[in-house]
Design a binder for this molecule. Structure first.
Ligand SMILES: [Zn+2]
Length: 80
């Protein structure tokens, strides 16, 4: 385990698996900030290792989990 990984595990802990440090460590790349089109919340766009865009909340949780309109997103498969 590298020093950075050790620090991450100590800082993150089991309750917070989605810190931005962890996201970076597993290959997610920040691609810009914005606002949710539906609930207007401030979000941070990340690109996953699979190349998909994923909106994150400022507290490093996925916006899918907290957006009141998350169900609508899943319907919009054509959204780029
Ligand atoms: Zn939203």
């Amino acid at each position: 385990m590298t020093r950075t990984q050790k620090e991450l595990s100590q800082r993150v802990g089991p309750m917070f698996p989605n810190s931005f440090d962890v996201l970076h460590a597993i290959g997610y790349n920040y691609s810009g900030s914005g606002n949710c089109r539906r609930c207007k919340a401030r979000i941070l766009w990340y690109r996953t290792p699979q190349g998909k865009r994923m909106p994150m909340n400022p507290d490093a949780t996925t916006h899918w989990a907290s957006c009141p309109y998350a169900k609508d997103f899943k319907k919009q498969k054509a959204a780029s």
